[in-house]
Design a protein around this ligand. Sequence first.
Ligand code: ZN
Ligand code: ZN
Length: 273
Amino acid sequence: MKIIFGGVRGTSSIAQPDFMRYGGETTSVLVRGRAGEAVILDAGTGIRTLGRRLIENPTSEVLLLLTHYHLDHIIGWPSFPLLYRQGVTLRVASSNGGGEEAGRILSRLMNQPFWPVQMDSVQATLRFEETPDRYGELQIRSCPVHHLGGCAAYRLDEPATGASLVFATDMAWKFSSEEEKRDFLRLCREPSPCGLLLFDGQYSRATYPSYTGWGHSSWEDAVEVARAAGAGQLLVIHHAPDSRDEQLDRIKRRILVALPGSGLAQGGMEVEL
Ligand SMILES: [Zn+2]
Ligand SMILES: [Zn+2]
């Protein structure tokens, strides 16, 4: 299983020189399975570069899993290059509200006056469906997490290789109920501790009081969760839009001390599990 990070910035995209090492594109992550499966998690602006990559390595079908509908996670959809390619099937699912709702919401983004091309006239074949349990050789599970308006975390397992990934963007760990914490940790731990945990660490505990109620976690929360889950590696995602590279470098060093081998995800990064 290979993980390719199209975008890891939270809330809004940014394009300034001192933000570029960690990247300014919002959340979108591509998972390539051993058998060629292509699963994209969320459709932030990072989905544009992922789409170009999928055109370079032609793929006839992609499964897009959406965690929720805050703009930073769907704003890249109308610009997704594969929408405008014939012979491509895009399957779209969400464990947060279901596939049909995903279709309704994404089509609103492409309605007048927001976008010139309407969703019923794109070249790709679109299928909006419930989240499948399996996709090729990949097994898929999910659970709801604590976030304003709701959000889902996903787990992908590849039994043939033993690789596993938990994708948990946009979650307020500190305000999660005991039941929500238990269900999420179960997702991380079962059937075995996940190899890679991607977790919302938008803030730090020092800055958190200014953002209480915004629906996110601190990087210290991410470390605590990774330890509790027994995750093989933690990469923090959903970096604050005003966090410069040098600030993120400092956080990365502190995570490395707390959890050797872990750190922060960067746009363009690739991880082989
Ligand atoms: Zn977000
Ligand atoms: Zn959100």
